[in-house]
Design a protein around this ligand. Structure first.
Ligand code: BES
Ligand code: MN
Ligand code: ZN
Length: 488
């Protein structure tokens, strides 16, 4: 598994700067004012920083952007990146500055002269997140990133602030690794084994196999996996850090591959459906973060692991399945499988744990991508309070989310002629009818949010805090939501 860069914090020592090898990064405020460390670099380079600070190049930099000086006279370092950042920056600029340093670092050893900047820990967090690199299947490439050293005033205080952030970064990395992993490797069995391994961190992990799922009556979930050789599993992860309070629940769609089943998808782009376990990936990453930072909360994570394949045994369009709740579903389109998976695990989670709140995540609909693109996930909820709290947490973490409407009027679109409901509602409001379907499996008194992450789980281009590929969207926001609403 990929680990966040090893970042160590040391007390500032200007006397050491001239001899530092590898790469150096430092901070310069927009007004050009320098702290002790920058001043030392300026002296050693005979005024290079002062000239840069007065230049057009520097003026044009946005907060968190940098300019690189190569092979500077007076220093051992091969390159110095000067990043424009206020002495007391906001969290987002500080993370961005760290991310810019990660790109500059490119895996080489790096020393960051952060000095007295009030957000040194946030800089290190941004650096870790953007430094992620999925090299598992690149022969000859090492997974070990170069060491990062921070020079800061009050190293022990900064290290203490950075510690829970490193736990979150590791959760994000866990999610990204799962989402980036191809489906011949991340089978349902491999996925479950990776989750079982988290028992080492103090999580209680239970794996429900097909026979138990059958006994529980999960006909909707089991129908999806009928065409696959990899067995359907439900994995339950429990973190008990909050005494005897009822838990908060996270529920995730873990379709390890989605061909569409008998309603088969077109070939173009089908390879992207290796990420169709993104919801389960986020749930798993949050659980890992909570365990690593010993969160004072009770949280249960439930993921439905299944593969949607066409086969002689696969379910057919027109089949009727019975959910654990007892409601029957006419499967009009076997490609609308995520909601069938979620229907049963949402119900199971409520029956088993009576959670105080419940968030489910899923790469659920292409319609979501059409509606909001890759900038925002869609949020659907039956409760204004929990939804507002989540949107606030997402905003604070820089993870885009936008609430969409629900309402009984949409229900007529999923009426079935022969069963209690059908699993698709046609093209209009495709993301909303999917949410409306899920809502039938949520009890009215359980505050619930459905997050459709189809557009944000995996990106084709680099973003501020992640290289192209899996983003881990949602881990930070949910970790913060739990911190804000469950921990005290
Ligand atoms: N996993 C897909 C949704 C998806 C699409 C995720 C694009 C990420 C990117 C889901 O299982 C699916 O196939 N949904 C269908 C539903 C339709 C048949 C009602 C879709 O959106 O096309
Ligand atoms: Mn599908
Ligand atoms: Zn799917």
């Amino acid at each position: 598994m990929t680990n966040p860069a090893m970042i160590a914090f040391h007390e500032s020592d200007p006397g050491e700067i001239a001899k530092i090898e590898g790469k150096l990064a430092l901070l310069l405020a927009a007004d050009g004012s320098m702290d002790t460390l920058a001043r030392k670099v300026n002296t050693l380079t005979k005024g290079a920083l002062k000239r840069l600070a007065a230049s057009k190049v520097f003026e044009k930099l946005k907060p968190g952007q940098g300019h690189v000086l190569s092979f500077p006279n007076g220093l051992q370092a091969e390159a110095v990146q000067v990043v424009k950042l206020a002495r007391r920056p906001d969290q987002a600029s500080a993370r961005k500055a760290g991310a810019v340093m990660a790109v500059f670092q490119g895996g080489d050893p790096l020393t960051v002269l952060a000095g007295t900047n009030s957000r040194a820990a946030d800089i290190s967090f941004g650096l870790a997140l953007r430094g992620y690199n999925f090299t598992a299947h690149k022969t000859g490439e090492t997974t070990e990133p170069g060491a990062v050293r921070f020079m800061v005033a009050n190293a022990s205080e900064v290290a203490a602030t950075a510690k829970p952030m490193a736990a979150v970064a590791e959760g994000v990395f866990f999610t990204r690794d799962l989402v980036n992993e191809p489906s011949n490797i991340l089978t349902t069995e491999d996925f479950a084994a990776r989750l079982a391994a988290m028992q080492e961190l103090g999580l209680e992990v239970t794996i429900l196999e097909e026979d138990e799922l059958e006994k529980l009556g999960m006909g909707a979930l089991l129908g999806v996996g009928l065409g696959s050789e990899t067995p359907t599993k439900v994995v339950v992860m429990e973190w008990n850090g909050g005494g005897d309070e009822a838990p908060f629940a996270l529920v995730g769609k873990g379709v390890v591959f989605d061909t569409g089943g008998i309603s088969i998808k077109p070939a173009g782009g089908m390879e992207d459906m290796t990420m169709d376990m993104g919801g389960a990936g986020v749930v798993s990453g949050v659980m890992r973060s909570l365990a690593l930072r010993r969160a004072k909360a009770n949280v249960v994570g439930v993921v439905g692991l299944v593969e949607n394949m066409p086969d002689g045994r696969a379910q057919r369009p027109g089949d009727v399945v019975t959910s654990m709740k007892g409601d029957t579903i006419e499967v009009i389109n076997t490609d609308a499988e995520g909601r069938l998976v979620l229907a049963d695990i949402l119900w199971y989670t409520q029956q088993k744990f009576a959670p105080v709140g419940m968030v489910n995540l899923a790469t659920l609909t292409g319609a979501m991508v059409i509606a909001l693109g890759h900038e925002n996930a869609g949020a659907f909820s039956n409760d204004d309070k929990i939804c507002t709290a989540f949107l606030k947490a997402a905003k604070a973490e820089g993870e885009g989310a936008w609430r969409l409407p629900m309402g009984e009027a949409y229900d007529k679109l999923i009426k079935s002629r022969i069963a209690d409901m059908k699993n698709v509602g046609g093209r209009p409001a495709g993301a909303v009818t999917a949410a409306q379907f899920l809502r039938r499996f949520v009890k009215d008194d359980v505050p619930w949010i459905h997050l459709d992450i189809a557009g944000v789980a995996l990106l084709k281009t680099d973003s501020d805090l992640a290289p192209k590929g899996a983003t881990g969207w949602g881990v930070m926001a949910l970790d913060r939501l739990i911190r804000d609403t469950c921990e005290h």
